[in-house]
Ligand binder design. Sequence first.
Ligand code: NOJ
Ligand code: CA
Length: 694
Amino acid sequence: MKSIVKFIIVSVIVISTTGCCQHGYKKATVLSPSKNVFVDFFLLSDGSAAYTVSYNNSIVIDTSGFSFDFKGQLPLKGNLRIIGVENSGFSEEWEMPWGEQRIVANNYNELIVKLKENSEEGRSFNVQFRVYDDGIGFRYELLKQTGVDSVIIMNENTEFNLTGDHTCWWIPGDWDIYEHLYNTTGFTEIDAVSKRNHYGLAQTYIPENAVNTPVTMKTKEGIYLSFHEANLTGYAGMTLKIDKDNLLMTSDLVGSDRLGYKVKRALPFTTPWRTVQISENAGGLIESNLIVNLNEPNKLGDVSWIVPQKYMGIWWEMHIGTRSWDVKSGKHGATTENAIKFIDFASENGITGLLIEGWNTGWEHWIGFEDREGVFDFVTPYPDYDMDSVVSYAKSKGVNIIMHHETSAAPRTYDQQMDTAFALMNKYGMNTVKTGYVGKIIPKGEYHHGQWMVNHYRRALETAAKYNVAIVAHEPIKATGIRRTLPNALSREGLRGQEFNAWAMDGGNPPEHLSIVAFTRMLAGPIDFTPGVFDIKLPTKENNQVNTTLAHQLALYVVIYSPVQMACDLPENYEGNPAFQFIADVGVDWEQTKVLNGEIGEYVTIAREERDTGNWFVGSITDENSRVIEIDFNFLDPDSKYRAAIYRDGNDAHWDTNPTSISIEETVITNDMKTTFDLAPGGGLAISLVKIDQ
Ligand code: NOJ
Ligand code: CA
């Protein structure tokens, strides 16, 4: 990968600054650069603070307040006065070292409101709004207090007061895992508690009727809203509690039963950003860069060692049950011999990464053990896996081995071993690790999404960075744009991935799954979904299959963004299948991304231009309904012709009755063409467009 070229134009315009001595404010406002988004901040008659958000002159978030409940201090709520207001504007362009696009525009207007309590406590804090043309972010800055070093937050109560019973795409506010099917309901029908006994999520903890973020909505007027958070640092993850009667969502932080609070922080500190993305069309949510823009610039400097790539894995075999992680099973997957088979296939087909799971001792104790501390050491291979020879053979074939660290949700063990484990990776020249946190967190009473684990996941990233190691985390904390600051936060799971199709007893992921994920989970950041199953009916799994067509699987390489994209099926299932050519050809690192069309939970079509080559790739997926989509190729360079390989559903294709029916055609496509394509039920379309030298 190219080294980062610094490309930043920063202009800070202070529009108006009002000093702290000017009293008597009752309100403050801020407009986005194009004036389509407007935030109004004001004090209510009891002195509590509130805000509204308008989009094109209509209110989209009605009067909403906020407050904090502390341990050992009175709540911070009401009886406030505004002691200062600062407005400023900011405009820059920054370059993603890897990403959905290379250059990102970051243009916003900012409002900082300085507040002070009138009461004896007289505590001060600031609320900072950044208003973009595609939404808003706001956060709190809790300031120093005389005689108080730190605060213990029992609850942060940030409100989002909705203007109607919007259609919502949501997963429950689970404190441990995001691996739930999306629900599509009206706001007043959200019922997260009924999902408590969801199959396969032993570690689930869903204490109340709350949803996780990003949660995406469509208003009756056709406006799309998505609620999330940015720069989740040193704080607990935020779920949103549902108050159906008042059409109100209130932040509900993930807690710790062990510690008995939500967050403990030394003063002063700033909270993560609370974000609302706003768009007139569903695709605008995907094109929005609000979440990354609300994070700090790259702190790692030269990250040219981070390699976007496609990878295969000794992995799917375990999920379909033909191999195991555990050496004692008699069907161990991570053997030297099997690794060589994968390396040969990958190298012959231009796939440069290979993940090997089950290589280290401990898997025989994996599931079912209460005390999982010390089970894995991340340095000791099983005897049938010769790491030296696998790594050197891979190197000779141009393949990088991707390390695997399943922590089994024993993060204290991982904390102790991390340095040794990453040093071992350095010794072998490996720079990507997939981590995992399956199970209930040890110590008991902690949850995956609480402050303690947020800090752990961050420590892992920061430690890995010292060793030039990038992380693909499974059972992670949600993505909140930290990848801008720490680009070694490469990708993550944090959703119901492909693996559910192999073992979930609830029928796996329905055909609509990824046409919801694209507008929800994907707004947060890259997804290690692991696409590319060709043997869709899963013959070794009597009750399971993948619920899409083969063309849909191909389309996912473009639709679902990840800088590391897996070709998850087995070499023997790819061998000789001409559809594999798309996987071999498709890019992983993009100059730009355009969402051509889409409706949440129905269909979505995305075009991405590969960096350096100027080649384009298009992916389109549909839910269980067949449909005709029109693609206008006007995004192509008007001065070039493109050799197109079109992978589309066969005429008789159907996700259930005939999923592998595919038709592959080659043609020439130019910028002035518009074409319609038929997508089968559960189907898809993938197109590679390679520039023809002229
Ligand atoms: C769950 C992960 O999502 C999966 O990809 C991995 O194979 C297993 N844990 C074992 O670590
Ligand atoms: Ca998982």
